[in-house]
Every structure is written in C-alpha cells, then in structure tokens.
Design a protein around this ligand. Sequence first.
Ligand code: GLC
Ligand code: CA
Length: 550
Amino acid sequence: MKDKKWWEKEVIYQIYPKSFKDSNNDGIGDLQGIREKLPYLKELGITTIWICPIFTSPMVDNGYDISDFEGINPEFGTMADFDQLLEDANKLGIKVILDLVINHTSDEHPWFQAALKDKESPYRDYYIFKEGKTEPNNWRSIFGGSVWEKLPDEEVYYFHAFDKKQPDLNWENPVLRQELYEMINRWLEKGIAGFRIDSITFIKKDQDFASLPTDGVDGLASCKSKTRNRPGIEVFLNELKKETFEKYNCVTVGEAPGVPYEDYGDFIGDDGYFSMIFDFNYSDIDVESGSDWFKRTNWTTKEFKEKLKRSQKVLQKNGWGANFVENHDQPRAVSKFIKPEYQTDEAAKALGMLYFFLRGTPFIYQAQELGMQNAKRNTIDQFNDISSIDNYHRSIQEGYTLETALDFVNKRSRDNTRTPFPWDDRQYGGFSATTPWLAMTEEYPNRNSQQNPVFAHYKKMIELRQQGQVSEVLTHGTIVFLENVPDNVIAYKRVLNENEVYSFTNLSDTEELISIKGEPLELLLNSHGDLVNEENELKLYPYQSVLFKK
Ligand code: GLC
Ligand code: CA
C-alpha cells in the first residue's frame, strides 16, 4: 500500500490552463497543450501537477465559476482529452490533482437556473435566497459591491461572497451536500490524486446575517468576519472528509484563508480535514488585506521573517504545510519581494531557495521557474481579472488618483501570473500562433523557457529535495530558525538524526555578514556565482541565498 503521507514527498506544479500552452491556436491554453508539455515538466523534476479549474464555465472568474462540475470546458478540450492527459502524466510518474470549487457555482449552473425559474423548486434551497425590499445586510463581497443581488421579478436577493455570477451554495442543506460528495467521489474514482480545495473556509455563514460597522466609503463592510471560518464549519468539513477524501488515499490541499493559528490542528492535524493548507499570512505582507490592494504596507524583512517563522512553527506543531511564493491570485514573487534594482536571475534563484527548503510540500506556479516578473499595463481596460477592475474603482472611490489606482493594480493584479507562458522568443512566445486571450509580459522575448538559468537552478533544487544524500532531511527533517543572524538574513536548519542542512538568505539590498564558526560546512547550492568567505564569516551579497550541509 502507498504510504498514507505520500504527499509529503511531492513537488507540486500549478498550471493555469488558460495560459499554459495553446495546442489548437485559438489563443487559449488547453488540455492537449498541457499534455504536449509534460516532458518539460518531467525534465524540471516535479512529481504532481495541480490544474486550476477545467470544468464547464462561462469563465467570468476564469473557471472558478462552474456550470457543470463533470463537464470539461470546450475551450480546454473534452473529457477524452482529460483522460489522455491523465494517462500520459501517470505514465511519466506525474500525478494530477484538480481544483475543487464547492463554495459556489456559476449562476449558469442548472441548479441555479432551476432555482431562479421556480420559487417552489427544491433548488432554491441549494443557494441562499432572502426576501426583502432592500439588501438583507451591508456585507461587501470579495470582488466588490454588495454580497446580495436582486432577482429581476421578485423582492428576493441571493447571496454571493465573490462575483454576482458566483452564487454561494447553501451548505446548510444536507441534500446539496450529498450531491457534492457524490460528484467528488466520481472524480476520485477516475484516478486523480486529489484536490486543491477552493475558498473552503467560506462554506459556513453566520446565520444571523447581521450587518456590520462599515469599513469603506462605499458604506459596506467586508463580509469576511461573518462568512469565513465561522463556528459550525467543523461539522461540514468533518462530513466532507468522511464522505469523500477519507475513502481514498488522496491528497487534499485546502485554500483556507482566515483560519487562526489556534485552529490549525483541526485543519491539518492527524485527524484534520485536509492533508495540508496554504498559509497566506506572509504572502500578503505587502498589503493589509488580500482583497484591498490600496491598503499597502511598508513591510520589512524582519517582519517577513517573523511571520514566516511563526507560520513554520505552527505548521510543524500541527501537521504539514503547502509552501508557495506565487499562485494565480498573487503577483510574481520577484516583483513583490525584491527591490526593483535587484530583480535579477540571481535574486529569483535566491527567493526560490528561501521557500523551497522550508518544511512542507513545495508548490511551484507556472513560469515561476523562469524567474518571471509582473506585467505592466498602461490602462485599466488592459486587465481581464475581475478583482483588478474592482480594486481600481474602489481605490478611486477611496480618493486615490487614477495613476495611483493603476499602480496599485499593476502591483497586485492577478493577471500578473496569468499572462501566457513564454516558451520561446517568437511572437506570442510559442504559446500560440494567434493573439492570446491575455497579452504577454513585455519581458518574454528575453525571458522564456529556452536556456533559462533560473530553470536550471529550480531543477537543482528539486533534485536536492527528491534524490540523494540530503533528500530525507530536506523532506522530513524538523525546521529550526537560527537566531544569531542579522535582521535582513533569514536562516534556518533542517535536522534529521545526524543530518543537518543550513539555509541562509539575505533578503535585502545591503551586504550582510553571517558567522559560520564551528564544524566545516559543505556548500550544496548558491544563488550567485561565488561566495565571499572572510575568516569564519560569510559575506552575502544583496539577495543571495546559500544552502549548506553539515
Ligand atoms: C479562490 C481562487 C480565486 C477565485 C476565488 C473564487 O480564492 O483561488 O482565483 O477567484 O477563490 O472562487
Ligand atoms: Ca486552445
């Protein structure tokens, strides 16, 4: 039998299907495109791919608005294409996990359509409808505006935590829950390795639906404190696990924002709801909240380090973490964490080393392994992402100039990581032969998958973790942060029996000295061409990272 915690050994690569590779030249990435690029992924060394939603969808939120959980979006291909992809991936030893979006559906889902058509339909109870002459409360949705949308012919509103085209499912209804479980099991029966589970902490809403003190000039209040990780959610999450995941030896990665560290045991402990969850506490260091991009912070490396330390400590105490620096909702890590003058290949390598050897399963977002940077757009209509458009207008409403508003959006837009994958320097980067659905970044002719030094470095990082002498300690070793280092240096060791690996990263634009007195260390990996050794002290260049073995 497969080890129950087999997923601790994986390196997971996230694919945004719309932007990975277009096989039929309609400007949109697709399943055959992913299939074509499996050898590239094999060469990189990853062991699992997580594919963002590929299901039937009007694509208002690029697939996070599903109108048929068991159909493939025709833009991406057919079920036969999916089966072929799964088979070929498995043949190469690559597992496949899919995105499970069960907090909401598209408003075009037949359940919602049936609910709209007939007041008496049992499907009314699949969603959250409330009668009233005005909005039932003042909650703001994640993508802006009220969480309530009025039905055209009735004094009735429906609830949506995200876009109005994404009505929330009513998890209070056991019939709906059962339907979801059956759907999940059918996917697992197909032989996928598991799921990344979208926005799962939103499934329980406070049933009082009480208004909150406003927190913006729009007169609304963020819905998060009433709709995210609310009491009673444990009943749904336990049931979900029992009825589905537990019956299979699958991996489950929860997107679980809003879970306080005290509750991590419930989520990822031995009897937890999921194998692992993402912790957003340090990835959102540049903004006060992941949904209000105009509230920017002046973060320091020291603060970042403290957050990272705390996160790793909590994860280690309770279970296992899903480590990442990029995803389809975040800007490019190099642009976020590295000062503009230092955004080089070396810095991209260092950032990779900083997070990749933390304790947990490393996730790589497509083209992160190329050291990609943010795109720069000059007008708001060059954006596709709905939250970019919302944040732009909210920033202006909050009193910022058009220019500043655009700057906030450029820094944080989800389009930054959704630009088409640059395979080479041809027009459209070898992604497609026609104009892609979203413009490429300006940098693609010079930064693409051909002869890319960052790629070669990621390959080495993966090799170190997966094979050879330090593989076990890098996977299963405990993590201990080192205290005797400058504020700008993030240092930790991984320890397993007599094996120790040390990681030092200078996350700043100044040179920093670290002391390495004691036993001789063997250099395993270096983000830079050299390392300056000065009598028991190492001098780290700005944004240099080094990995040693004891
Ligand atoms: C998650 C997804 C994001 C999506 C949202 C609504 O946060 O990662 O892309 O927009 O849920 O489904
Ligand atoms: Ca296509």
